[in-house]
Design a protein around this ligand. Sequence first.
Ligand SMILES: [Zn+2]
Ligand SMILES: [Zn+2]
Length: 574
Amino acid sequence: MKNKLVADIFREIAKLLELKGENPFRIRAYEKASQNIESLTQDVEVFAKENKLTSLPGIGQDLANKIKEIIKTGTLTQYEKLKKEVPKGLLEMMEIPGLGPKTVKLIYEKLKIDSIGKLEEAAKSGKLRKLDGIREKTEENILKGISLLKKGRERTPLYLALKIAEGFLEPLRQMKEVEKIEVAGSVRRRKETIRDIDILIVSKNPSEVMDKFVNLSYVREVLAKGETKSSVRAGENEIQVDLRVVEKESFGSALMYFTGSKAFNIKLRQLASKDGYKINEYGVFALTKGKEKKVAGRTEEEIFELFKMPFVAPELREDRGEVELALKNKLPKIIDRKDIKGDLHVHSKYSDGTSTIKDIALYAERMGYQYVGICDHSQGLKVAGGVSVKDVYAKIEEVRKINRQLKKVKVLCGTEVDILNDGSLDYPDSVLKEFDLVIAAIHSGFKQPQHQLTKRIVSACKNKYVHVIAHPTGRLFGVRDSYEIDFDEILKVASDYQVALELNCFPQRLDLNDINCMRARAKKVKIALGTDAHILDQMLNMDLGVSVARRGWLEKEDVLNCWSLDKLLKWLKK
Ligand SMILES: [Zn+2]
Ligand SMILES: [Zn+2]
C-alpha cells in the first residue's frame, strides 16, 4: 500500500508551495488530493494499474501521472526539486499547528531561524515579538503549537491504528495455533489517538505465532521476541505493537486489564478490595483466612457478574461515572452500528464529490440505510466546487426524480452551507428553504478571536432553515487544533433553537469528539452523524463515528441517524 506515501508527498508539496507563496488553488488541490488518498480504503496502486486514478476526487490527469511516478520511483522529481529550494527545517516549522507559511518565512528571513528547536528558544526568550506583525499572543500560540506537535507525534490517529491492528489480527486469526485473539488497549476502547497496540492470544504453541508475528509485512523493527511476549514497531508511524500470550483461564481478566483504561482498572480494584477480593491480569481472587482462591477470570462477563454489574462496553471504560452507574444498573444504552439508519453528510458530483446522487443512493441502499443526506458545498466555496443557485434547482429536480425511482432509500436534498466571516450564510433564505437538510459549517477564518467565531456559529443556529452545525470545532488531526469557540454558549443556543451538532466521521476530523458529545447530550442537544464522504467507500467511516458516539454515551434518542425516516422528516420540518 503506497497510499500514505503518496498522501505525504502531496501534503509536503502543498506546504512547500505555500512557503513559496504560490497560487492558493494549486495548493488546495494538493491538500485535497492528499486527504482523499490518505482516507481511501482501497490500494491506490490498484487504481493506477487499472488506469482509474482520475475517477478519484480531485485527481486530474496531471496528479494521476504524479501518483504513478511516486508508485514507480518512491518519490517525485518536482517534489525533490522543491525541497532543494526550501530549507528543511522550515517544512517542519510549518507542521506546528497555527503557524502559517507567511510567519515562517518572516521568521526565517529576519532571524535566520530554521528549526523547531531554535524557534522554541526564540519564542521563550521573547525574541519573536520584536518582529513586525508578531505579538506576545502569537508567541504564546507558537509555543502551544510546538507542544501540540510533540504530543501528536507520540500518538497515532484511531483510523490508522485500527488499520494496522487489523493488519496483524487478520493473518494471526487464521493460524490454527491461535485459539483466541483479541485487540485490547486503547484501540479496543476506540480512543481517538493511540500510543501502542496490544494484542492478546491464547495458544498452545506460541512460538509459531511469535515467528509469524515478527515477520509480518507491516513490521519495521523487532524490539523484542520471546515465548510469551513480543514487541515490534509497525507501519509508517512506527507504532509499537505488543503481542502477549495469556492462559485460557485468565483470558477475561487479561483482556480487561490490558483494555484499561488505567483509571477504570483502579476503580475496579478498589471495588474488589472493598468486597474482599483481589483483581489483577490473572483473575479475581477471594481472600479467606490469608488464602487466595480464584473465583473468576475466564471471561470479562464473568468478572462483571461477580461485581453485580452489567457488561460495561470497552468504549465506556474511562472512569467517567460508568462504574457507579453500572453498579446501579443504570448504564446508558449506547448506540450500535446497526442502529444507524442513514448518513447525513455526503458530497456528490454537484460539488467536490466523485459520485452521482443516484450512485450514492444505491450505495446507501446496499448499506441498509433508509435515507441519505446529500450536502454539497455552497456557491462561495469555489475551491470545493460550491454549487451555484441555478444548479441548486437542478439538483432538487434530480433528487425528486431519483426518489420516484427508488423504493428503499430516501434521498434528502441537502447543502453544507458556508458560514461566512460575518456570520451570514452563503445562500439567501429563499434558497435555503428549498432544501430538505441544511448543515452549516465554517471553512475559513479559523484564526478569528473566540467571540467572533462563536458569534458566527450562534448566528447560523438562529437561522430558521439551519438543521445542523457541521464539524463544529474544526479540528483536523495533524493539521490544526480545534478553533477557539465558547462551546457552552453554542450548546445553549443549539438547545434553544433546536439545532443539532454534527459528529463528523471523517477519519481526520471526528468532530465533535467524545467529551463534547457527552456535553451535548447533557444539554439534550441532538447529534447528527455524517461521514463527509467524497468517495463512496468513505461512507464506511460511519463505523468510526459510531465509536465516538459510543464513547460519548449517546443513546438512540440523542442521534438523528437512529431515528426512523418519518420521525427525522418531522424534526427537519420543525
Ligand atoms: Zn465541511
Ligand atoms: Zn462536507
